[in-house]
Design a protein around this ligand. Structure first.
Ligand code: ZN
Length: 135
C-alpha cells in the first residue's frame, strides 16, 4: 500500500514532525510489517529523532555548519540551491520503521521528522507499508 502525504513548509530550512500523519496513513488491519517513508525530492530529507524545539534548532545549526550558506558551489550557477541538495544528501531520502500491533514501533522520544532544506514549498512524502503475517 502506498499513500502520498502533502506537506507545506514555511521556512528556508523547516523541520516538520510527520509522525501523526504517517500513523494516520497506516491501513486498517496492518498488524505487523514495515513502513517506509520516502522523500521524492532532491532538496529535502527525513530523519528519526526527538522533536524537542531546542534540538530542532541544533539540527538546523548543524546543517549550516556542515554545508554553509554563502559558499561558492558549482550548482548555484544553475538554480542557486546547491547547499540544499548537499544537506538533503547528508540526511538521506528515506527511513523505515517496523509496525507491530498496528502501530509504528518508535521509541519513546522518537519522531519522524521531514526536513526541507529549500523551503518554503509544497512537498510530498510517500508512505509505503509492507505487511507480513505475524508468527
Ligand atoms: Zn538545484
Amino acid at each position: 500500500m502506498d499513500v502520498e502525504l502533502d506537506i507545506r513548509t514555511t521556512a528556508r530550512v523547516d523541520i516538520v514532525d510527520v509522525t501523526d500523519a504517517v500513523e494516520d496513513a497506516l491501513p486498517d488491519g496492518t498488524e505487523t510489517g514495515l513502513c517506509t517513508i520516502f522523500v521524492p525530492h532532491t532538496t529535502a530529507g527525513v530523519l528519526v529523532n526527538e522533536n524537542e524545539p531546542r534540538l530542532v534548532s541544533d539540527f538546523e545549526s548543524l546543517l549550516e555548519r556542515l554545508v554553509p550558506s554563502g559558499e561558492e558551489y558549482e550548482h548555484d550557477a544553475i538554480d542557486d540551491n546547491a547547499a540544499a541538495h548537499l544537506r538533503a544528501s547528508i540526511l538521506g531520502e528515506s527511513v523505515t520503521v517496523p509496525i507491530a500491533d498496528g502501530a509504528l514501533t518508535l521509541g519513546t522520544w522518537q519522531s519522524i521528522l521531514f526536513v526541507d532544506c529549500d523551503g518554503p514549498r509544497d512537498r510530498r512524502l510517500r508512505v509505503s507499508v509492507t505487511t507480513r503475517e505475524s508468527s
